[in-house]
Design a binder for this molecule. Structure first.
Ligand code: USQ
Length: 393
């Protein structure tokens, strides 16, 4: 298969590219290094320095004997997108090439607008490009579970059978996202569904939960193949942050009451899910939605799990109910269907104490690189975000 990975320099994009390459597919990556630019703007770095993508591509060739093609350019430039699609002629396009952080998008007008322009226009350029230059290719678009928000009813996989005034229809599931970033993914989903319905494109929208994990089979093969691991308030996801906090002896920052429940998955399962989607493509004209997570936890559950694993490793860790910088429900119903990927063959890596312990050990070995200043959550969803706070128990 010819697989084009957009956002190939990122936390998930780079391991995905190596994963397909390792199994013998012809792979090329696309990136404009926007994420590295955003990191510089925010004054933050991943836990360990990540070599430039050109160097990682060379390291992969040295380690595996396989070549990954590299295109440097911006998805906002439609001519660049068309050129890549025309030249590479992908069978599958895996699209991670977006601004991925909710806090980044909630900082101010500029970051909200940049997030939505970058994500929505990039995806639109891709849709037009695929229509003209690789009509039969399968688009695998990374969406997010956060598109649904936390509704008080069961969450389905993308679609909802609705009965209204005695008539029935199948509609896209109603969305109630929690940030301008998550909204950008909602807008993408609508645009991709429209392209499937009107032009006959084939697309899978992978509504992914919160990803955790430090490494994959391929990233472990050489230090130059590592992927970025963020723990800062902007790009760090919650479990990764808790692991770093525990390792450096900082309290685990549970925002508000900690009853916020989300779907989670190991980075290794992200790769497997994308592989399963590629091997079982959507049909022409089909907008297929798969909810991509393996387990659900409340934020407080996760903090308790990390506290226990850290304790076993000899670290005394406390948990604090930090005033919540976000506006979100802190106690709510959550029941999201996620059977589609299991039906395709996913065998999840669950978050047991062994897996958590290994991640904790990796993070602990690198505590010297942690910048404590990057941890504090200073980006507020609303001026009075911190007012809707629960008392510290
Ligand atoms: N949280 C804490 N303490 C922290 C950090 C976060 O309690 O120190 C809480 C947040 O308030 C939130 C939950 O943990 O309720 C998840 O936050 P997160 O920062 O781990 O994840 P989120 O902002 O939702 O975004 C991440 C990725 C995004 C992806 C999304 C999947 O950055 O790219 O789309 O997870 S999902 O959450 O399912 O929408």
């Amino acid at each position: 298969m010819r697989v084009l990975v957009l956002g190939g320099d990122g936390y998930l994009g780079w391991p995905t590219a190596m994963h397909f390459s390792a199994r013998g597919d012809d792979v090329a990556v696309v990136d404009n290094f926007a994420k590295r630019q955003w990191e510089m703007e925010e004054g933050i770095e991943p836990l360990l320095p990540i070599p430039p993508l050109h160097k990682r591509v060379r390291a992969w060739q040295r380690v595996s004997g396989r070549e990954i093609g590299l295109y440097v350019g911006d998805l906002m430039n439609h001519r660049f997108v068309y050129k890549v699609l025309r030249e590479f002629q992908p069978d599958a396009v895996v699209h991670y090439g977006e601004q991925p952080s909710a806090p980044y998008s909630m900082q101010n007008r500029t970051t909200a607008v940049d997030t939505q322009i970058n994500n929505i226009v990039g995806t639109l350029n891709l849709l037009f490009g695929m229509r003209s230059h690789c009509r039969d290719a399968h688009l695998i678009k990374l969406g997010t579970m956060g598109e649904y928000g936390t509704p008080n009813i069961d969450i389905e996989e993308g679609w909802l059978e609705v009965e209204h005034n005695g008539r029935k229809d199948r509609m896209l599931y109603p969305k109630k996202p929690g940030s301008f970033y998550h909204l950008s993914k909602v807008h993408d989903s609508h645009n991709v569904e429209f392209a499937c319905r009107i032009w006959g494109c084939a697309a899978t929208d992978l509504n992914q939960g919160v990803v955790y994990g430090v490494d994959t089979e391929e990233t472990k093969a050489d230090p130059d193949l590592a992927t970025s691991f963020h723990y800062d308030q902007v790009f760090g996801t919650v479990l990764n942050r808790f692991l770093v906090q525990a390792a450096i002896g900082e309290p685990l920052s549970v925002y508000g009451k900690g009853g916020q429940t989300r779907g989670f998955l190991n980075i290794r399962d992200t790769l497997k899910c994308v592989e399963l989607a590629a091997d079982n493509p959507a049909a022409a004209g089909e907008f297929r939605v798969l909810n991509q997570f393996t387990e659900q936890f409340s934020v407080l559950d996760l903090a308790n799990r990390v506290q226990a694993v850290a304790k076993a490793a000899g670290h005394d860790t406390t948990i604090v109910n930090t005033p919540n910088p976000r506006v979100e429900l802190e106690e709510h119903y959550y029941n999201a269907r996620h059977s589609g990927l299991v039906e395709l063959g996913l065998e999840p890596h669950l978050l047991d104490d062994d897996a958590l312990g290994k991640m904790f050990a990796t993070v602990s070995a690198n505590v010297g690189s942690v910048d404590r200043n990057a941890l504090a959550p200073t980006i507020l969803w609303a001026r009075d975000s911190r007012a809707c706070l629960c008392p510290v128990p």
